[in-house]
Structure formats: structure tokens, C-alpha cells
Design a protein around this ligand. Structure first.
Ligand code: PLP
Length: 452
């Protein structure tokens, strides 16, 4: 292909990137990824880069799986597209829905497909509001979520999320979405114990429901573990209290499992880690390991029967249950099972990475290192004892660390001054050694730069 500089110039001239400033593209040029295998990316300069983020938290099965390419090709030849509107269906959409229902806990037996996590959360807004309309309570339309939660970037899902930079542009949030504080003990817990803080943050939900009026609140949505917010693992007291409050007021509970689903936490769903019993789960990413764009909502019997039993639900996307994406996702779920990938996470990859990741707490820049399954984070701090933030603009040190990682051929993302990781679930102990070696070198260089 073309030389890197030419590709970068064309990219900057014609390609508008998500969450990226044009000026940065023009000045520095994009890193151009050309191929990938296992946990390694190759860029247009031929560099081998370890992907500690599985793309955007999605390539759970690892890169370059021929089985998935073959399934996609076969499906394109057999039935490249058909819709699932107006009482039509097709084999891949049916088979995948049945498989998802088998894997999902409780009576989460129904799948409403979407093309992405954002679309699925837009569906959820309409689905829970429709549920209460059918129940004869149309005024019950408020959805409560958390500041620093992430649910996508469309008008609806971006409103559900509590990301201030997203709300700062384009008039979000839409009406009747309200936010409460996040269960981020390390950054916001002050002198409370994690357990006290978890309860205090969960009780903000009860306060918000009382303030708005319980008869107005349709649903609460949260990620079992906030991903894009910085891999924030909530204190153990948090989710049971949220569950109790949702049950008490009879409001629907939506678990956004877009990152935490399909083995990322060592269970099929993050809800199972915390004993959450959601009425709806949002899924995407690991559903197809990112090989095809597909997402959806897994819906419990009561909500599906109520909405479905009341005539048309006037909602849907052209690509709901797209046959190629559905066939790829189904094969991906089969591979995860055939290769016992969850066992690998629980018995091999997590224990080894956890040991090495936790040891990073000895590093002078690292305040805490946490990991559930294969999603983790480290908090960078100038003062471990007080868990203080840096005096610089939030994210300055994190960005510097991310850049050192890139220079050392490792992808780690930063969220403000937390570094986050989510490697492919197939990562081996030998690859974990390379990961930790590159991460440590990057932290050392970042620390040296701060002292200079
Ligand atoms: N929900 C969560 C928890 C996510 O992390 C994301 C994406 O990162 C989304 C929803 C949005 O998914 P998508 O980018 O596929 O629209």
C-alpha cells in the first residue's frame, strides 16, 4: 500500500475521526494499523504493537481468527441481507438469539438487535418508556444513570451517559434523564471506607427517586463496572443496595454489559459478578469480538411480553439482526465455549496478570492497581497516602503515560490519570510478561519525565 505519510495526509484530508481533533491528525498523523493476529497489531511501518485494549474493549477472542472470516464469507454468499421487520426472520438471527438467551441469566430470554451499543441503549430508552405506557403509567418516563458512566454517543445513549465533555456539545442530555454520583471510592471516597462509600453512593439513587417522585421513574441504568469511566470497580456494598432500591420502588434495572459481557469479567456477564438481576442487558462489542458490528438488548419475559403483547413496538433499525453479523457473532460465542476461554481467563490469564498487575502498586507513580477478569486499571498519583490528584490538568500525566506506552509498542488507554486495560481474553502468560515489561518501562519513563 501507499507510504505512511501519504496515507496520513489522505486520512487527515478526508476522514473525520470519532473523538479526535482535526488539528491533531494534521499535525501528528494517525497511527495506521494494517493487520493483526492474536494480541498483536501491525502498523504501516511494520511495528508490532501489543494491544492491551482489545481494540475498543471488544476483540475478546483475539485477532485474525480464520473461522470467523469463513463464516462471514459463507453467510454473504447464502443470504447477505434480509430484514427482520414485518414478520420476517432468518436463520442467523434466530440461532443467535436462542444462544444468547441460553447464556444469559434468569429469564432474560428475548433479544432485540441493534448495530451497536449506542443503538441498543437508544432502544432501551424507548423500550422502558413503552413498557410503562402499556402499563398505563406514561408519566413514568425518567431514567436515572450515573455521572461518568458511558452508554454510547448518540443523542439518547450520550444522554444516558454522564460524560461531561459529551454533554458539553450539541444540547445533551435529552429531557427526563437524570444522573447521580458514581461509586468511585479511590477518587471521591474521602475518609469513608469503601463499604461506607458504596452504600452512600447507592443511596443517592433513593434520594433522587424521592426527589423526582417514584411515580415518575421508569428505570435505572448502570455498567456493572464502569469501563470508559476508568475501569471503576464498585465497592461490594454498592450493587446489592442499588438492587434493593430498584426492587423497593419497582423500577426497571438495565445493566449495560457492552464491555462486561461475554467473558470480560471471567463470567458470561458482569451482572453475575455482583449478583445483579437486571430486567434488560445491553450487549455489543464482545458479542462478535468486534468482527462484525452488532449489539442488542436482552430483555426479560415480563418486559418483552408486555411490550410485545401490546401491538407494534414502533422501533427498529435496518440492520437489526444482520445475517452476516449474526452468523459471525454466533460462531464467536461457539468458539468462546469450544476453547473454554472463560476457564482460561479464570484459571490462567487472570491469576497471572493479577499477580503482576498488583505488583505495580510498588511503582512510585501508582496509587492502586485493580483487575477483575481481564479488565483493569491503575490510578496514577503524586501521593499514594492521600490518593491525591496531580496539580496539572486531569489527564495530562495519563496522556504522557499513554504516549510512552505507544513508543514502547503497547496500547494502554488513559482516562484522565487512570490507565485502563482490557486485553484479548486469549492472552498467554508469556504475552502477559511482555505486557508488564512494556508497561513498567513506560511508567518508569513517565515518572522520570515528571521529575525532570
Ligand atoms: N455502553 C458501554 C458500557 C460502552 O462501553 C460503549 C462503548 O464503549 C457503549 C455502550 C457504546 O457502544 P458503541 O460504541 O458500540 O455504540
Amino acid at each position: 500500500h501507499m507510504p505512511t505519510k501519504e496515507l496520513q495526509a489522505l486520512d487527515a484530508a478526508h476522514h473525520m475521526h470519532p473523538f479526535t481533533a482535526d488539528a491533531d491528525l494534521a499535525k501528528k498523523g494517525a497511527r495506521i494499523i494494517t493487520r493483526a493476529k492474536g494480541v498483536y497489531l501491525t502498523d504501516s511501518e511494520g511495528r508490532q504493537i501489543m494491544d492491551g485494549m482489545a481494540g475498543l474493549w471488544c476483540v475478546n477472542i483475539g485477532y485474525g481468527r480464520k473461522e470467523l472470516a469463513q463464516v462471514a464469507a459463507r453467510q454473504m454468499e447464502e443470504l447477505c441481507y434480509y430484514n427482520t421487520f414485518f414478520q420476517t426472520s432468518h436463520v442467523p438471527a434466530i440461532a443467535l438469539a436462542a444462544e444468547i438467551a441460553k447464556l444469559a441469566p434468569g429469564d432474560l430470554n428475548h433479544v432485540f438487535y441493534a448495530g451497536s451499543g449506542s443503538e441498543a441503549n437508544d432502544t432501551n430508552i424507548r423500550l422502558v418508556r413503552r413498557y410503562w405506557e402499556v402499563k398505563g403509567q406514561p408519566e413514568r418516563n425518567i431514567i436515572i444513570s450515573r455521572w461518568n458512566g458511558y452508554h454510547g454517543s448518540s443523542m439518547g445513549s450520550g444522554s444516558l451517559g454522564g460524560m461531561k465533555p459529551i454533554h458539553a456539545q450539541g444540547g445533551l442530555p435529552i429531557p427526563d434523564i437524570h444522573h447521580i454520583g458514581q461509586p468511585y471510592w479511590y477518587g471521591e471516597g474521602g475518609n469513608m471506607s469503601p463499604e461506607e462509600f458504596g452504600l452512600a453512593r447507592a443511596r443517592l439513587l433513593e434520594e433522587k427517586i424521592q426527589e423526582l417522585g417514584p411515580e415518575r421513574v421508569a428505570a435505572f441504568i448502570g455498567e456493572p463496572i464502569q469501563g470508559a469511566g476508568g475501569v471503576i470497580i464498585p465497592p461490594a456494598t454498592y450493587w446489592p443496595e442499588i438492587q434493593r432500591i430498584c426492587d423497593k420502588f419497582g423500577i426497571l434495572l438495565i445493566a449495560d454489559e457492552v464491555i462486561t459481557g461475554f467473558g470480560r469479567t471471567g463470567k458470561w456477564f458482569g451482572s453475575e459478578v455482583f449478583g445483579i438481576k437486571p430486567h434488560i442487558m445491553t450487549i455489543a462489542k464482545g458479542l462478535s469480538s468486534g468482527y462484525a458490528p452488532i449489539g442488542g438488548s436482552i430483555v426479560c419475559d415480563e418486559v418483552a411480553d408486555t411490550v410485545g403483547g401490546a401491538g407494534d413496538f414502533n422501533h427498529g433499525y435496518t440492520y437489526c439482526g444482520h445475517p452476516v453479523a449474526a452468523a459471525v457473532a454466533l460462531r464467536n460465542l461457539e468458539l468462546l465455549q469450544e476453547e473454554s476461554i472463560l476457564d482460561h481467563v479464570n484459571n490462567v490469564a487472570h491469576p497471572y496478570l493479577n499477580e503482576r498487575w498488583k505488583a505495580l502498586e510498588e511503582h512510585p507513580l501508582v496509587g492502586e492497581a485493580c483487575l477483575i477478569g481481564l479488565m483493569g486499571s491503575i490510578a496514577l498519583t503524586p501521593d499514594k497516602a492521600t490518593r491525591a490528584a496531580f496539580a496539572t490538568e486531569p489527564g495530562t500525566v495519563g496522556l504522557r503515560c499513554r504516549e510512552r506506552c505507544f513508543a514502547n509498542n503497547l496500547v494502554m488507554r488513559h482516562v484522565n490519570d487512570r490507565m485502563v486495560i482490557a486485553p484479548p481474553l486469549v492472552i498467554t502468560p508469556e504475552e502477559i510478561d511482555v505486557f508488564i515489561e512494556r508497561a513498567t518501562k513506560s511508567l518508569d519513563e513517565c515518572y522520570a519525565g515528571l521529575k525532570a
